[in-house]
Design a binder for this molecule. Structure first.
Ligand code: 3UK
Length: 539
């Protein structure tokens, strides 16, 4: 049995059997980590002890917080967890709140105390929370006071200790923290002790917990932001992804901390407020989703965005029409990147200089990627198949039989992660997104990728956003159907439907045009910004 800093070994005991793990690779020099590693010590304590403590770590509408202040607050909160709430290393801690400085401090506190953090999206209801609490046997919870109502409804024999922040009174997290010492000795976790369990339900289905180690948090911070963003200490990061989503945990917290930069935490963003934030805080890096970039493009001229130099898009495919609209409006070439909760963060992306039209990018240094056919053999360049990746991070579900679906467990490609995406690789190693494998539309014997039709529609001046699916049709089996949200000033007429159909026929192979079009006021989306195509399929 290898070293662990955990006394409660639930997480380690519920890792998938070794034979079902992805193959992990740490060839790069920056990935040589010691066997004992606490990610909070790396990301927070080190900058402070190395003379960086006076610099700003977090910015929010309430003010600024230096590295030393964040360090001190995280220490106090870690003391609350251990002394007041009886946390033992390895216990699971639910963390619930929007992106704000207390949420960030609590995350570091859990890491310091050797807890396993389970952060949840603010909008989750008691039922979904309850499932997560049961599955991960969560014993402790730290929650933003404003989310108390739903939290209180969660009843579980596991959950013993709950405290609220941005609250008053002797039992509030804020007051409890004030009474604690400013120092905390971090739990000496192993590099491969589980640091967090990130839940994903995909677009539908039972939630799956993905387990990530302290080492994985550091690895994600050492790869994408270094090779694709060139992140540095003067960067000011802003964006929308929640800290409860690994896209946000990386982009909005761990990445800036790893480079001594600062992060602007705003609880709720609209396209306007994100643009205002860039202007007001002179942000240099932005993390958000394709739909936000599309909406921001239309408003950008009203704001001073001169500070901004890198924009990262992830979560969904970035349509080329959106890339062009944003570049025309701001002069900035968006950096697309595909990541997943299972892989923890982005593994295919590109630098702005190495952008290729229509491609997500290439496997970033540290990762390998390929495309496989249904027999799990590598496809030739140009062929569409299933995206497979491997690198220093990978999928380990918490006690879930779906592990075998994400990680290939036998044969020549054993140990590769299958993301569930249909991709094509060109001869230069650029990867082109087609669709989620379960979203490929087969109509009259043709394979049609919905996102290609969406991209064509988005290039029409009347279209704000759209989602394309395969709809059952008595005659043809399945037809291409588009759900379209119009830009203000356009009427939902039959003539416009015809015009949109003609537009698509002229842009891509005519057989791909949407035979049915339905106008909508908005598209159903997840809290992470993804179109919920399954909801479009069953209205
Ligand atoms: C899709 C993309 C095309 C793709 C995520 C960055 O989205 C994240 O994690 P999820 O687990 O979803 C993963 C799935 O989302 N996807 C994400 N990015 C792209 N498709 N182009 C893209 N650029 O289907 C993938 O399998 O919610 C993204 C970092 C961390 C993340 N967790």
């Amino acid at each position: 049995m290898s070293y662990t800093g955990h006394l409660d070994t639930f997480a380690r005991d519920n890792l998938p059997p070794r034979a079902l793990w992805p193959e992990l690779g740490f060839e790069l020099p920056e990935l040589q980590y010691p066997s004992r590693l606490n990610c909070a010590a790396e990301l927070l304590d080190k900058p402070v002890t190395r003379g960086h403590g006076h610099r700003v770590a977090l910015r929010s509408p309430d003010g600024e917080c230096t590295y030393t202040q964040l360090f001190t607050q995280a220490n106090r909160l870690a003391n609350v967890l251990v002394r007041e709430m009886g946390l033992r290393p390895g216990n699971r801690v639910l963390l619930r709140g929007p992106n704000n400085p207390m949420m960030a401090a609590c995350w570091f506190a859990v890491m310091k105390a050797g807890g396993v953090c389970v952060a949840t999206m603010p909008l989750l209801r008691a039922k979904e929370l309850g499932e997560i609490v049961e599955k991960a046997e969560i014993t402790h919870a730290l929650c933003d006071k404003r989310l108390e109502e739903e939290m209180k409804k969660v009843a579980s024999r596991h959950l013993k200790q709950v405290r609220y922040w941005y609250d008053a009174g002797a039992e509030s997290l804020d007051e409890l923290a004030l009474k604690q010492p400013l120092w905390f000795t971090n739990v000496a976790t192993a590099a491969d002790d589980v640091a967090l369990i990130a839940f994903t339900s995909g677009t539908t289905g039972r939630p799956k917990g993905t387990m990530h180690f302290h080492r994985d948090v550091i690895a994600m911070s050492d790869l994408f932001p270094r090779s694709c963003l060139g992140m540095h200490k003067d960067d000011v990061v802003c964006g929308t992804p929640p800290l409860a989503f690994t896209f946000g945990l990386g982009g909005m917290l761990c990445f800036p901390m790893r480079y001594g930069a600062s992060s602007v935490l705003i609880e709720k963003h609209t396209p306007e407020s994100l643009l205002q934030t860039i202007e007001r805080y002179r942000a240099t890096v932005c993390f958000t989703t394709p739909i936000m970039y599309r909406q921001m493009a239309g408003l950008a001229e009203r704001f001073d965005l001169s500070s901004l130099s890198r924009c990262v898009s992830a979560g969904e495919a970035l349509p080329d029409a959106t890339r062009r609209a944003f570049r025309d409006a701001t002069g900035i070439e968006i950096i697309d990147g595909i990541g997943s909760t299972e892989m923890i963060h982005i593994f295919i992306s590109h630098t702005p200089e190495r952008v290729r039209r229509g491609a997500t990018g290439y496997a970033i240094p540290g990762y390998q990627a390929t495309v496989l056919n249904d027999a799990l053999e590598p496809c030739k360049p140009g062929e569409v198949g299933r995206l497979a990746v491997k690198g220093p991070t990978g999928c380990r579900y918490l006690a879930d039989e779906r592990q075998r679906q994400y990680v290939i467990s036998e044969g020549k490609m054993r140990g590769w992660n299958l993301t569930g995406d249909a991709y094509m690789m060109d001869a230069d190693g650029y990867f082109f997104f087609q669709a989620r494998t379960d979203d490929m539309i087969i109509s009259a014997g043709y394979n049609i990728a919905g996102p290609e039709v969406e991209d064509a529609l988005l290039a029409h001046p009347a279209v704000a956003e759209c989602g394309v699916i395969g709809a059952p049709d008595a005659e043809r089996g399945t037809i291409v159907k588009a759900f379209v949200v119009l830009k203000p000033g356009n009427e939902k007429t039959e003539d416009l439907k015809k015009a949109l159909q003609e537009h698509v026929k002229n842009a891509i192979a005519p057989y791909k045009y949407p035979r049915a079009i339905e106008f909508m006021d908005s598209l159903p989306r997840t809290e992470t910004g993804k179109v919920q195509r399954f909801k479009l399929r069953t209205p």
